[in-house]
Every structure is written in structure tokens, then in C-alpha cells.
Design a protein around this ligand. Sequence first.
Ligand code: DQA
Length: 179
Amino acid sequence: MGVAVSWVSAVESMDAWPVPVDRLATMSTDATGTEPLPILLLNGPNLNTLGIRQPEVYGSATLADVVELAERTAGELGYGLRAAQTNHEGEMIDWLHEARGNISGIVINPAAWTHTSVALADALVIPDVPIMEVHISNVHKREEFRHHSFVSPLASGVIIGYGIRGYEFAIRRLVEVLG
Ligand code: DQA
């Protein structure tokens, strides 16, 4: 049985620039009876502008590149992937509520909400699955306000400063944690 996909349709309904959101949606795959439940990949605010926003910090890869890498890695390991990005905190919280019972684990780059959002941290535990936190940049080399994470205490692992390869590492580690 596939996952209830209201979070994917929310992605479809976004007309965010410059992410090819239709591609993000079609790249998501359903779990079948034989596959484990999919991995949920969440990206927080402003990550839809990857490739354009501060390339000296975040590199030139786009969010579509991230999703492609994540989907390829998950697929190699026998997992489907659900990928979604939003600039709206409540929307991400709703997706997490809907994900309960429908996913194996979470890979999340919470972006700025990492440092600010108790509400997101509270929602992240609702699916009750392992969480991997990813940051493209080395947040500890940056401003002090980026050094604190509300998500890290909830995470099985935190991958920081490896560029978008961090998403691949996070999926590989998540699958190890899932055993
Ligand atoms: C980020 C780091 C955050 O501090 C920042 O707000 C982001 C991206 C990263 O991937 O390096 O938007 O999570």
C-alpha cells in the first residue's frame, strides 16, 4: 500500500521558483507490499533556491539534484523516497503528522528552523521513526546563532558540512540504523 500522499500533492501545488516541483513529485515512489515503507526527505525554508542562493556557501547543485541523489541512494538500498520542500513551517508540521505510520525514517535539512523551531522539533517525534539531520554548510564555522539545533537531540545522526553529499551519507546511515 502506498503512502497517503497529501504532502506530495502539497509539493505539486506549490508554484515555487526555481524548483521543478512536478519533477520532485514524480520522483517520489510508492512502497509496494515487498518494499519497506519509504524514507521521507524534508527540506526547509529557502532550500528551493539551492544553486542560486549563496553558491559560495551552499554550492551550485539544485534541490532537484539533491532529490535525484537521495532517490538514487535510497533506491540502491531498497527504499522508496518521498521528497518535499516548503517555506511554510505549519505545512511541514502537517506533513509530519500525516507521515506517522507511513514512513521508515526521516532525513531532514530543517534549514533556518533548525535554530528556531520548537514546534518543528515537537512534530519530528510524532512519526516515531529514526531521524537524520543534514546541513550542507558547516554551521559551526558560521554565525553563532547557527550553532544551536533544536533537532540534533532528536536525531540518530547529524551530517554537517559535506555539501549535498551529506544527503547521501544520511540516507546510507539511516538505512544502517533501520537495520
Ligand atoms: C543550512 C544551514 C542553516 O543555518 C541555514 O539557515 C540554511 C541551510 C545548511 O544546509 O547548511 O538554510 O541548514
